[in-house]
Structure formats: structure tokens, C-alpha cells
Design a protein around this ligand. Structure first.
Ligand code: ADP
Ligand code: MG
Length: 729
């Protein structure tokens, strides 16, 4: 019965690493070979158009449609030289993947032949018939059109034979149907608000950029084993499977030697990423067996988000060339670590200042404290929303589990920064500032030690940790689009910085000295945002209790967590910062609830099928063998002795009967429960029903399946086991 399983295991064991052709040039030479970056723009555009385009990119100047034609012509020339035959608008719909529809450059030439053509119009805007992308009801099907519009701030690139143009995706009536449109708005909002605050310290600052450095975790599974697991194939995670006797207890995988087959995969992935301009830098084994991580150097947030989407696609493709399948699911295996995507976030100015880095002078340190404290305040005020921004059906398995951050947003600051904030809080208002001499100021800002920049006492349990020159948002899911988290975070900080600016200005108008005014408001925020600051163990039960007392959002049901997008504070914030309207927020929540339901629905179906056509038949077959043995014992031995010898088998027969009976009954009940849930009209209520009723049923069914896996003859078991999925590479 289980011939297939043994065959795939054997084949997987025998696989040899795949050879990767290594370019003759050095990485610095082939870096961004397939990217229409400034260097290419300079070479393929006139100097006038180049200057205009750079102005659009750097200063957000409006794009003159007249230059689009020349940009398109330059892009086309460059792309065709590299063998491209097609182009596509590349965007991030609300499905968490990317979307693209490829058109070839070919047009009639009017003489019976064809020619390659690519105009400014095609570059700037398209109308993909996108009625089947989720829109939460914004676009009714009779208004099926959506626009994709060029985002010049993220450079075009070539994959295989296709020129890909990063675009936003909006509805006919202008609402965002993607992640990029609101992200760009959030980045603009934080830029504007932060520049105003920077001007207290340095009037030369013209622009503030949000930076993002993501760290992508993932699992690799041999493709043969993967194909023999319909649950992995269809849902991205194992819906059943008993713990392997050995998993990560010995902690022998983290930073261990990378297995050769995997190393070859990583090598190819890095080469391809570099060619696409992604500055990949770090690779290592993660804590769980067969789990790994890849991280590039941080970049401007919009570009970093695009690069992450690009890399996730590359990883999938390249994994297959190496006989692997990539698992980006946040929790592919129960009982061992899940995968996240740490989002390292900071703000920096066009004058080269890291706003989350301590400086050398008191003013610089006051600026640093100002930005840190405003970030804490924004995250505190919107902690529920920020949690919602990383919540999904899949990430729910990870939050709160081993090594994952808890489902409560809090911020770790470390000893040194905490001490600095405490001192500011305890000190007395205006005595802190006195004006002295030319450089003016003596600020009683506590000395901030240099070593803070290389903050070592990191707290791995904190979902939002300060790590020396940035905050590390660790609750983001491995398969998520980083944009979701980055929209919420930058929006919250933008709103907060504007408010800060307003409060400080009011004090200044009342005659309070500038730095004294800043300090007063900073002190007030330190006090107000206290509940979000937590340096202890985020995995402990005491923290859950404490967080509840502090009034932090402790909700664990994902469909209910999504409500945070629609609370009055969130709507006010998104509208005030110009990032999203209430209509958009409602529509996007419809999509979130619908996606949640669909994911659980698919899982429940797959689990039901596997339970009934893989597990129960195999268990019953084994049970029949046992029954057979019991009868044969009776023939061989006197009754009393036979009974004694068969005692254990009789127990097993009974256990199998109990468990298979339970499984059958509950699979039926689950089907009935789904039918009931499916007729609920309201997407929110439906998602809640799936969360409250279906998810626990799946857990129950799984429990019995996993118990059967332990007793049924290994030779009969059809599905590859955890020990095979996790240790073969
Ligand atoms: P760790 O695993 O210890 O958290 P890594 O070195 O793997 O650290 O990843 C750190 C990430 O943070 C990298 O992507 C790095 O480029 C990024 N990073 C470093 N400094 C900043 C910063 N100021 N702003 C944003 N990201 C940063
Ligand atoms: Mg990290």
C-alpha cells in the first residue's frame, strides 16, 4: 500500500546537488544587470528626460506624460537588447501574490508585417480586465475595469523574456485595489510629517525616507515527498502528522552547516536576486530542521517591498530546479518553529541622518529620542491595528507559539534606552534646557552610550523590538506582503509626528523655548505610551495578564482582530493622513474576511478528504490484519492462552475502532457545520463561524489521526511522516 511513500523517500535520499552555473563576473559587476536603474536610464534616455525622471523619483514631481514616450522607447531598446519580447504591468493585488499579464511588443507595422512597439501610454497606464481580483465589492462586475498605473519610484526589471513594470492597481473610481497604492501614500505621509519635525533640528532636511530590511524565513521540502502530501500541496501546511521523535530539541540546525543541496539552491537564488538588483547579503539555517533564512541589505521601503515579492517568486521557481518545494506558510509543521519575516524599519533623511540612531551631541540625541518616542506613541495608540496588519489565517498558527512573538503588540527597548527614557520622565520640565554660548544649548539629555548602536541584549520574544538603530517588527508572517505591516506602521507614525508637531508649535507660540517645548511633549508621550513598553518575556502567561491590565489589544481571533481597521481611531488616522478612505477600509476588510473563510474552508475539505480516503482505510486495513491474527491465535492455542497472547492486539483493535469512528463522525459533523456557515451572508460573521466552529473541529480530528499514525504499521502509512519531510535534504 505504501510503495509510493517508500519510493519517494528513497528517491529523495539519493538526490544529488544540482550544479549552478556561476557568472564569470563578480557580483558587483552583474548586480542589477536586469534592472532599468539610473545607470541604464542615463544611458538610454536623453539627459533632459533623465533629469526629469530622476526629479519624479526623488522629489515626487508629477510625471509629465510627454516624457513617458521617451522613457518607454529607452526601456524598450534596453529590454530588447537583453532578449525581452514581452512586457507586463506587475502589481500586488490583495491576494498576497503578484499579478501580471504578459503582452508582446508586437504591433502591425501597416505593411503586412509586425514591429516591436512600446509607447508611453502602454508604460504609464493599462486597464487589465481584472474582475476576478478581490475588491471587496468596490468594483461590481459590470465595472470590471481597474487601472494599473506605473510607479516610477520602483525600477522596471526583466524576468526571462518579459519587461516587468511595477504599478499600482486601482479601481475605475480611484480606490486602491492593491498594496502599493496605499503604501506609497503612507510613505508620503510619514515623509511629510517627519520632515516638519526634523526642521526643529535641521532646516536643511527636504525628505525623510522609510527604510525596510526584511529577513525572509522559509522551509524547503523535497518535491517527491511534497507531492505525496496532498495537504502540503493544496494548503501549504501539513494538516496532520505526529511529531518526529527528534525535531529541534537539540538546536543543532540553527547556524549549522548548510546542506549541499540547499547550498546550491541558495547560491542560484542569490545570483538571480543580485541580477535583479536585490542586495541579498545574509543566508543561514534557521532553528527548525529544513528551515532557512535570507536577508538583503535594507532599502527604501517601497523598493524593499517590491524586492521581497520578487524574491518570494524567485525562490519558488528556483527551489523547483533543485528538486525542492518552497514552503512560505507561517506554520507548515505543528510543534516546531514557524516562519516569519522580520521587518527592520527606520527613518532616515536625505541629508544622511538615521533618525532612529543616537547621535553625539545633546541635540542629536534629543532628535533621536523624539523619533523613538513618537514611534512608541504611534504603535501604542494603534497597537490593535498594527496587530491586524500582520494577522491572517496562516499567521495565526504562529503568533503565540514557540519562538514566535505573542499575539499582543509590545515594544522592547533594552536597558540603556529604557534608562534614558526613565531619566527624562523623572526630570523636571524646563530646568533641563538652558541656553549657553554659541552652540547654544545645554540639554540635560542623558548621555547615550555608543554601544547602543550595536545593541546586544536583544529580546527575541518581543514583536516590536528596538535594535540599536531601527525597530524590528517581528510579527510579520513569512508569506505576507510586507506592505500591509508597513502601511499601518508608517501611517501610525505619520499621524503621531503631525500631532507632535502641532503640540510643540503650540507651546512655542506660548513662548516656550523650542527644545524645552520638545522635551515637554516628549516627556508627556513617554508617560502616555508606557503600556506598550515591555522588556520582559513575551511568551509568559504573566505577560498576557499584565497586557490585559495595561489595556493592550489581546484579542486572538483573527476575524475579530480585523475589526481594528474599522474602529473610529483607525478610520480617522487613515483619512487624516490621506492614505485610505473609509470606503476602501470597509472593502479591504471584506476581502480579508473572505480570504480567511476560504483558507479555512479549503483546509477543512482537504482534511476531511484525507481523513476518509487515506487515514481511515489504512487504519482499517491494519485493524483487519490484527483481527486476523487474533483468530489465528485462537486456532493455534488453547482459548485461555490465546486470549492472553492477543490482549494487546485486542486493545489496538479497539483503539483503532474508537478513533476511526470518531474521525468519521466528526468529518460528517464538520461538513454539516460548514454548510451552515456557508449560508451566512455577512463575511465577518461567516469568518467568525469558521474560526469558532470549524477550526476547533479540525484540531480534534487531527488529534486522532496523529494518534493513529503512532500505532498503524509504518509500512502501510501512505503519507510521508514529519521525520521524512523534515530531515531529508
Ligand atoms: P538579525 O537576524 O540579527 O535580526 P540580520 O543581520 O539578519 O539581523 O538582519 C538585519 C536586517 O536589518 C538586514 O536586512 C539589515 O539590512 C537591516 N537593517 C540594518 N540597519 C537598518 C536600518 N537602519 N533600517 C532598516 N533596516 C536595517
Ligand atoms: Mg532579525
Amino acid at each position: 500500500m505504501s510503495k509510493l511513500r517508500f519510493r519517494v523517500v528513497e528517491t529523495a535520499f539519493k538526490k544529488r546537488p544540482v550544479d549552478v552555473p556561476v557568472p564569470a563576473e563578480r557580483p558587483s559587476e552583474y548586480f542589477a544587470k536586469y534592472v532599468f536603474n539610473r545607470d541604464k536610464m542615463f544611458r538610454y534616455l536623453s539627459s533632459k528626460v533623465y533629469a526629469q525622471l530622476v526629479d519624479v523619483i526623488d522629489n515626487g514631481a508629477t510625471l509629465d506624460r510627454a516624457i513617458a514616450d521617451e522613457v518607454a522607447a529607452g526601456m524598450k531598446k534596453w529590454a530588447i537588447e537583453l532578449g525581452a519580447t514581452h512586457y507586463t504591468h506587475w502589481f500586488h493585488p490583495l491576494t498576497e501574490g503578484t499579478a501580471e499579464k504578459h503582452d508582446s511588443f508586437i504591433e502591425h507595422d501597416g505593411k503586412g508585417g509586425v514591429m516591436e512597439e512600446f509607447t508611453g501610454k502602454l508604460l504609464a497606464q493599462q486597464e487589465p480586465d481584472a474582475s476576478s481580483f478581490p475588491s471587496g465589492g468596490i468594483r461590481n462586475t459590470f465595472e470590471a475595469r481597474g487601472y494599473s498605473a506605473w510607479d516610477p519610484s520602483s525600477p522596471a526589471f526583466i524576468i526571462d523574456d518579459t519587461l516587468c513594470i511595477p504599478t499600482i492597481f486601482i479601481s475605475y473610481t480611484g480606490e486602491a485595489l492593491d498594496y502599493k497604492a496605499p503604501l506609497l501614500k503612507a510613505l508620503r505621509a510619514v515623509d511629510k510629517a517627519a520632515v516638519a519635525v526634523c526642521h526643529y533640528f535641521n532646516p536643511d532636511v527636504k525628505k525623510v525616507v522609510a527604510f525596510l530590511g526584511w529577513e525572509q524565513e522559509y522551509f524547503l521540502v523535497d518535491e517527491g515527498l511534497y507531492a505525496a502530501r496532498p495537504d502540503l500541496l493544496m494548503t501549504g501546511r501539513t494538516l496532520m502528522g505526529h511529531d518526529s521523535a527528534k525535531n529541534q530539541q537539540l538546536e543543532d540546525h540553527y547556524f549549522g552547516a548548510i546542506p549541499t543541496r540547499v547550498a546550491q539552491f541558495m547560491k542560484e537564488l542569490e545570483i538571480e536576486s543580485l541580477k535583479l538588483g536585490v542586495p541579498v547579503k545574509t543566508r543561514h539555517n534557521e532553528v527548525a530542521p529544513n528551515q532557512f533564512e535570507l536577508a538583503p541589505i535594507y532599502e527604501e521601503c517601497n523598493l524593499a517591498v517590491d524586492h521581497n515579492m520578487l524574491v518570494m517568486g524567485l525562490m519558488r521557481k528556483i527551489a523547483r530546479r533543485h528538486g525542492f518545494r518552497l514552503l512560505l506558510h507561517e506554520k507548515p509543521f505543528k510543534g516546531i518553529n514557524g516562519s516569519g519575516k522580520h521587518n527592520n524599519w527606520s527613518l532616515g533623511t536625505d541629508t544622511g541622518i538615521g533618525l532612529m540612531s543616537p547621535g553625539k551631541t545633546p541635540e542629536e540625541n534629543l532628535r533621536f529620542i523624539t523619533f523613538v518616542v513618537n514611534t512608541l506613541m504611534g504603535v501604542y495608540k494603534h497597537n490593535g491595528l498594527i496587530k491586524a496588519s500582520i494577522s491572517s489565517a496562516t499567521n495565526a498558527h504562529r503568533l503565540g507559539a514557540n519562538e514566535a512573538p505573542p499575539a499582543i503588540i509590545s515594544s522592547f527597548l533594552g536597558k540603556q534606552l529604557s534608562a534614558v527614557l526613565d531619566k527624562i520622565e523623572a526630570s523636571d520640565t524646563d530646568d533641563l534646557v538652558s541656553i549657553k554660548g554659541k552652540h547654544g544649548l545645554k540639554l540635560d539629555i542623558p548621555q547615550i552610550p555608543e554601544l547602543m548602536i550595536d545593541n546586544t541584549d536583544r529580546n527575541r520574544t518581543s514583536p516590536f523590538a528596538f535594535t540599536g538603530n531601527r525597530f524590528e517588527f517581528r510579527a510579520v508572517g513569512s508569506e505576507a506582503n510586507c506592505a500591509s505591516a508597513m502601511i499601518a506602521l508608517n501611517a501610525a507614525v505619520a499621524e503621531q509626528l503631525s500631532l507632535f508637531h502641532k503640540e510643540v508649535d503650540e507651546l512655542i507660540q506660548q513662548g516656550v523655548e523650542k527644545y524645552a517645548a520638545i522635551l515637554r511633549i516628549v516627556r508627556k508621550y513617554i508617560k502616555l505610551s508606557k503600556p506598550i513598553h515591555f522588556d520582559g518575556n513575551g511568551y509568559s502567561d504573566e505577560w498576557k495578564e499584565e497586557a490585559q491590565k495595561r489595556g493592550l489589544d489581546c484579542e486572538t481571533s483573527v476575524p475579530v482582530i480585523f475589526d481594528n481597521y474599522l474602529n473610529p481611531e483607525s478610520i480617522a488616522m487613515f483619512e487624516a493622513t490621506g492614505i485610505m478612505t473609509e470606503v476602501e477600509l470597509h472593502a479591504r476588510n471584506e476581502v480579508k474576511w473572505e480570504m480567511y473563510t476560504k483558507k479555512i474552508q479549503i483546509e477543512a475539505r482537504v482534511l476531511g478528504d484525507l481523513a476518509m480516503n487515506h487515514i481511515v482505510p489504512v487504519a482499517t486495513q491494519y485493524q483487519t490484519d490484527l483481527v486476523d491474527n487474533v483468530y489465528k491465535m485462537k486456532d493455534l492455542f488453547p482459548a485461555e492462552k490465546a486470549a492472553k497472547l492477543s490482549a494487546q492486539n485486542l486493545e489496538l483493535i479497539e483503539e483503532i475502532a474508537d478513533r476511526t469512528g470518531y474521525i468519521k463522525e466528526h468529518v460528517d459533523a464538520m461538513v454539516e457545520a460548514r454548510k451552515k456557515a456557508n449560508v451566512i451572508e455577512c463575511e465577518r460573521e461567516k469568518a467568525i463561524a469558521y474560526h469558532d466552529i470549524i477550526v476547533p473541529m479540525m484540531e480534534e480530528i487531527r488529534y486522532h489521526i496523529d494518534k493513529l499514525e503512532l500505532i498503524v504499521d509504518n509500512e502501510m502509512w501512505t503519507l510521508p511522516k514529519y521525520r521524512e519531510l523534515l530531515f531529508i535534504r
